[in-house]
Design a protein around this ligand. Structure first.
Ligand code: 8YV
Length: 326
């Protein structure tokens, strides 16, 4: 008898095929999240689960899941996991680090350039048939990307991938992290550690690339936005909640910063309608990792974590090793 698992949301057929060789699958093949009560009900009796960011895995979800051994998130971030609750239940938790670094860094650059050079607003203007009104010092005067200062808050793997891409634009790269990177890694990124105030003050493009935790909730709020240059752009492909969206909307509306490129929001999938009234913000619906190759690699990585966990091996991306003997 194959162990039973839950796949909580639609993935690619090849992932289901891969998993089906090992498991009996309860597949919620929809592009919508399971409601919490249904998620809990469908976790009961399962040995493992492939989960998405939209699945909150906490005491309630785990209450009836007595045979559960592993929950494997299809994401590098796992703020949908109450890791303490998962560990208390003796369940392994995994994520998908690494496979999405380059694609997410590419998305940062897409938003950075679109915001700096006003690409999306210009597209809207052109489609509206306004080209006859073209003038030399036009509305599309943007912020140069080349030779500008790129500031990165959160210099993990993705932050470093963003920094490496700046070389082609001859940018100055500064970053802030709790700890400076080892010298060799700094050299590879051509980046200099600065304190947070200097980062906010000097960046022409401020890229947020840190994982969400309550400790960084609203780490960019009204006070931090006030420290930025009026010509600066804020790019967030990390997590909603890191930025105080209300304060950002005010700053953009009053042109206290020049623009923003946002892939993540507070209260996803709801979008604060006030963003849509602003011409100086580029909005995407949490597509940071969204290339086919990368999303497939993420789902396969989660599947391989689950296969390892349920075959008595340590999953490669175990988040709570302390519970299972170090
Ligand atoms: C999402 C992400 O996983 O990996 C993460 O932490 O935020 C994204 O890659 C992806 O959008 C699927 O929810």
């Amino acid at each position: 008898m194959k162990p039973k698992i839950l796949v909580s949301r639609e993935v690619f057929p090849e992932v289901i095929e891969h998993l089906a060789a090992y498991f009996e699958i309860d597949y919620h093949a929809e592009d919508a999240a399971l409601q919490p009560a249904e998620l809990a009900a469908r976790l009961a009796g399962k040995a493992g689960a492939i989960t998405m960011l939209s699945d909150r895995i906490d005491d309630d979800a785990l209450a009836g899941a007595h045979s559960l051994k592993a929950v494997c998130n299809v994401a590098v971030g796992y703020n949908n996991f109450d890791l303490a609750a998962i560990s208390r239940a003796g369940v392994m938790a995994t994520n998908t680090p690494g496979v999405l670094d380059d694609t997410t860094a590419d998305t940062v650059w897409a938003l950075l350039m679109a915001s700096g050079r006003r690409i999306v607003a210009a597209d809207r203007w052109l489609r509206a048939g306004y080209w006859q009104r073209w003038k030399f010092n036009d509305d599309w005067l943007g912020q140069d990307v080349h030779h500008a200062t790129l500031g990165i808050l959160g210099m993990g793997r993705i932050g470093q991938a963003v920094a490496r891409r700046a070389a082609g634009f001859a940018m100055k790269v500064i970053y802030h992290n709790r700890q400076p990177l080892p010298a060799e890694q700094e050299r590879a990124c051509n980046a200099t550690w600065v304190d947070k105030d200097a980062l906010l003050r000097d960046a022409d493009f401020l890229v947020l690339m840190l994982p969400y935790s309550p400790a960084v909730h609203h780490i960019v709020g009204a006070a931090e936005l006030a420290q930025m240059k009026p010509s600066a752009h804020l790019i967030n492909v990390a997590r909603g909640g890191i930025v105080d969206d209300g304060a950002l909307i005010d700053a953009l509306r009053e042109k206290r910063i020049a623009g923003a490129g946002l892939d993540v929001f507070e209260n996803e999938p709801a979008l604060d309608a006030r963003f849509c009234e602003l011409d100086n913000v580029v909005l995407t619906p949490h597509i940071g990792s969204s290339s086919r190759a990368t999303r497939l690699a993420m789902a396969m990585c989660a599947a391989d974590n689950l296969i390892a966990a349920l075959h008595g091996r340590r999953p490669p991306n175990l988040l709570n090793p302390e519970v299972f003997g170090g």
